[in-house]
Design a protein around this ligand. Structure first.
Ligand SMILES: [Zn+2]
Length: 225
């Protein structure tokens, strides 16, 4: 806790005064361009990875960067998406998975966690990604556990994008052409981001010189590497 309090002291004393104009501008309104949906993992820090400022990203986080299909659960994720699209008018939704994801490891293990029934129930939203992985994995007998995890993480991003498209606000935005969806995976060890190219059915590195393409049809060709 002391580390957090020390950080807060530095924020009040050093950081806030230097950015006072920005915070004053943001005090009564926000106009972020992007809804960023990612995992709750402490190692994924969107504002650091993208070098964004307060006010730039509307962020929704949960274990496994999951988006339940519309109508199934009227929970926080669905409400955040609807608000971001209808009230905040974001133009982009980025759904970002990451390497070494604990939620994806739990899905892959297929173990029941008796002490965590809520987690088990939540992770069921990733089971369609697991099914896709299993059907592909049977053709790739030599996949290691690490490769399976890598492939599941990517299948999960694509599967959650399919769920995202079932939300009426998102479907309307896509039809009107006012909204783009991107599927990303962040590699913790290298800091690299890969973008899902739905035409090629695979994830490609964002190299800084090319604009990542939005998802058109979320179909995935799973590859271990
Ligand atoms: Zn995670």
């Amino acid at each position: 806790m002391q580390q957090l309090l020390d950080g807060y002291q530095r924020f009040r004393a050093d950081v806030f005064p230097k950015r006072a104009n920005l915070f004053e501008k943001l005090a009564e309104h926000q106009k972020p361009s992007t809804l960023f949906i990612t995992c709750a993992d402490s190692r994924v820090v969107p504002d650091m990875i993208l070098q964004t400022n307060p006010g730039d990203l509307f962020i929704c986080r949960n274990a496994g960067n999951i988006v339940p299909p519309y109508g199934e659960t009227h929970g926080g994720v669905s409400a955040t998406i609807e608000y971001a699209v209808m009230a905040v008018n974001v133009q982009n939704i980025i759904l970002c998975g990451h390497s070494d994801c604990g939620a994806m490891k739990a899905v892959l293990s297929e173990k029941k966690h008796d002490s965590m029934p809520t987690v088990d129930s939540w992770l069921q939203h990733s089971h369609s990604a697991l099914q896709l992985l299993k059907s592909e994995a049977s053709q790739h007998q030599k996949w290691t556990n690490k490769e399976m995890l890598r492939a599941l993480t990517r299948a999960n991003v694509v599967s959650q994008i399919q769920n995202l498209r079932t939300h009426p606000s998102v479907a309307a935005g896509l039809t009107k052409g006012t909204l783009n969806i991107y599927g990303w995976v962040y590699e913790i060890h290298s800091g690299e981001i890969q973008n899902f190219n739905s035409q090629q059915g695979r994830f490609l590195s964002i190299d800084g010189n090319t604009t990542p393409v939005p998802v058109v049809q979320p179909r995935l060709q799973l590859m271990a590497s």
